[in-house]
Design a protein around this ligand. Structure first.
Ligand SMILES: [Zn+2]
Length: 147
């Protein structure tokens, strides 16, 4: 058993591992398996196999940024359903512990991305300042925005 554990931990080096999206997929697979006990359907088995294939493919994937992006999208979607419009500010995606936030397209704390109406470039603006005049760093034009 010890040898198996060592083998497993060596196997997982450089791999993505588990995240919230995988946990959801595993729960979904378990629910489908339970449904399949009561309502045996061939397609249920197929769906379960597909879900488990996705879970394992993601777990052993070496493309970690891509998997983090998928998980981030899932968390964003989830927070839209659970937190949603009633509590703005709660919609920030949570990172699973121990995973680094991807460097690209990072929004700083307390900032939001706005799209320049003139050149459609994106810029980060601090939120909560009220109505402010923003100068676009891309095209130099100004526009007003309530932040
Ligand atoms: Zn612009």
């Amino acid at each position: 058993m010890n040898g198996f554990r060592q083998w497993l931990s060596r196997l997982m080096i450089g791999r993505y591992g588990n995240d919230e999206l995988n946990r959801l997929l595993l729960i979904a697979a378990a629910v489908l398996i339970i449904i399949g006990i009561f309502v045996p359907r061939h397609w249920l088995n197929v769906v379960v196999v597909i879900i488990l294939a996705i879970v394992y493919a993601r777990m052993f994937s070496r493309n970690i940024p891509k998997r983090q992006e998928e998980n981030r999208k899932y968390l964003e979607m989830k927070s839209r359903f659970t937190g949603g419009a009633a509590r703005p500010g709660q919609g920030k995606p949570q990172r699973p512990a121990g995973t680094a936030r991807p460097k690209k397209q990072k929004v700083e704390e307390g900032k939001r991305i706005y799209i320049c109406p003139h050149c459609k470039g994106s810029l980060q603006v601090p939120v909560g300042a009220g109505k402010i005049r923003i100068t676009c760093p891309h095209c130099g034009k100004t526009f007003e925005e309530i932040v």
